[in-house]
Design a protein around this ligand. Structure first.
Ligand SMILES: [Zn+2]
Length: 153
């Protein structure tokens, strides 16, 4: 696998609507020129691995430029969730449909992430899940749970 975390934007048609997949590092290379300004937008953010300050600025500008369109975030990676919690305008007027919650095993240090569908009302992540790696320990939410869900308040 290549360790190329360059920002990437890809559009896919799913169930008759366009979904915009963004991945890699959200940074100074992030461009959104090809995103339409005349329709609701759905972003799939599972592939975003990191966000730097230039990326935050790019994204906040993007949200402001598209403030008249409904915007949905889905499959938000932990990097995205952290930004939403730190910078309120990062989420802006978007609706967050689903996120990933980071877990770590206290026994073997393995890390994993658990998908959480917020639309279906699953506002709480399971506190402990069995570790698939060591099969001995339990995985717990990596970091402060309340802080992690602050964006949804
Ligand atoms: Zn483990």
């Amino acid at each position: 696998m290549l360790l190329d975390n360059k920002f990437n934007l890809k559009k896919k048609f799913e169930d008759g609507r366009e979904v915009i997949y963004i991945s890699g590092n959200l940074d100074e290379d992030a461009r959104f020129d090809e995103v339409r300004k005349d329709q609701p937008l759905v972003f799939d953010m599972r592939g975003i691995v990191g966000v730097n300050s230039c990326g935050v600025r790019n994204w906040v500008n993007f949200m402001r430029d598209h403030k008249n369109q409904p915007i949905t975030f889905r499959h938000c990676s932990p990097a995205i969730v952290h930004q939403m919690n730190m910078v309120p305008s990062f989420k802006g007027h978007a609706q967050v449909f689903s996120i990933y919650v980071p877990y770590a095993c206290s026994h073997c240090d393995a890390e994993d992430r658990v998908f959480l569908d917020l639309v279906k009302g699953a506002r709480e992540a399971p506190t402990k899940v069995p570790c698939k790696n060591c099969k001995v320990g339990k995985m717990e939410i990596d970091g402060d749970e309340q802080q992690y869900f602050a964006f949804a308040a």
